[in-house]
Design a protein around this ligand. Structure first.
Ligand code: PRP
Ligand code: ZN
Length: 288
């Protein structure tokens, strides 16, 4: 026990790089992690444990790690009782049925009587029950995508993200069973050890700031003085925007933090209102 908070991350997979990227945006300086089970953070009281993602909920529930980053798909499948502290906004994927390209699957009822290979038997069985479908479920621990070509199953129910795995295995995606993204989990809403809980709250604050920062952009532009009011009406700003005077007398500079996805909706309105030199900059952190 070194008094550090212990965070479990996926050892090797879709979430590994993105999770480390999030931590680094949180200002954490992480040693080279390749092939190591535990890595300490140089400038923050955190140890990172690299584990199989499927094992993370259980390790967190058992206290081997205090918190973990894992897909909601794994959290719901394992039902270990861990709590979701924060949705992280990356690692979005869907649990979907997929079947060999040469076959057809038009309606969900066509799954009746078929054999499905999956690593998510609990979520799948729940879905089949809800849709009143009788099918045989085969639980595999990995490489589900090769089951149809091996003749082990008619179709699979697996995680699809980019779709590359399906494409490489000549499988076509079909109905969606579950949607997922990466989440931060812990055994309890609040950690029992007050010191660890303090570290967790610090980390959570940083994560939230990175999340808002990433969904926001810093907008800068020059506007004619007499269209300032119109411009301010167009900007969905988090706080009141900054208005600065420019050397050119009838012009002003306006700076504002806006939601990233709003920019393209308002850019034409801004231009018609006379805005020029429009700059949109990324934000690393945003503390509110
Ligand atoms: C899933 C799934 C595929 C892959 C699909 O694995 O089993 O292997 O992601 O992604 P793609 O559509 O981008 O090709 P996951 O990373 O969830 O972890 P696993 O190693 O535990 O299967
Ligand atoms: Zn897994």
């Amino acid at each position: 026990m070194n008094g550090n908070l212990k965070l479990a991350l996926q050892k090797k997979g879709r979430l590994t790089e993105k999770s480390l990227e999030l931590l680094s945006l949180c200002g954490l300086d992480i040693e080279n992690y390749s092939e190591r089970l535990v890595v300490s953070v140089r400038n923050f009281p955190l140890d990172i444990l690299f584990l199989r993602d499927d094992d993370i909920p259980e390790y967190v529930q058992d206290g081997v790690a205090d918190i973990g980053i894992v897909g909601e798909n794994v959290v719901y499948e394992k039902q270990t009782g861990t709590k979701v502290l924060e949705k992280l906004g990356f690692g979005r994927c869907s649990l979907m049925f997929a079947y060999p390209e040469k076959n057809e699957l038009k309606k969900i009822e066509d799954i009746n009587g078929k054999t499905i290979a999956t690593t998510y038997p609990r979520i799948l069985n729940e879905y089949l029950k809800k849709n009143n479908i009788k099918a045989k479920v085969i639980e595999l621990s990995g490489s589900v995508e090769i089951a149809p070509s091996l003749g082990v199953a008619d179709l699979i129910c697996d995680i699809v993200s980019t779709g590359n795995t399906l494409m490489m295995n000549k499988l076509k995606k079909s109905f969606k069973v579950f949607e997922s993204e990466a989440v931060l989990i812990s055994a309890e809403e609040k950690l029992k050890d007050p010191k660890l809980n303090e570290i967790l709250n610090d980390l959570l604050g940083r994560i939230r700031s990175v999340k808002t920062a990433h969904s926001s952009k810093y907008l800068m532009m020059n506007v004619p003085k007499d269209s300032l009011e119109t411009i301010l009406e167009i900007i969905p700003s988090l706080k009141s925007p900054t208005v600065l005077s420019l050397a050119e007398e009838n012009m002003l500079a306006v700076h504002a933090v806006i939601p990233s996805d709003k920019f393209w909706q308002i850019v034409n309105d801004l231009k018609s209102a006379g805005a020029s030199g429009i700059l949109l900059l990324p934000i690393d952190n945003l503390i509110q």
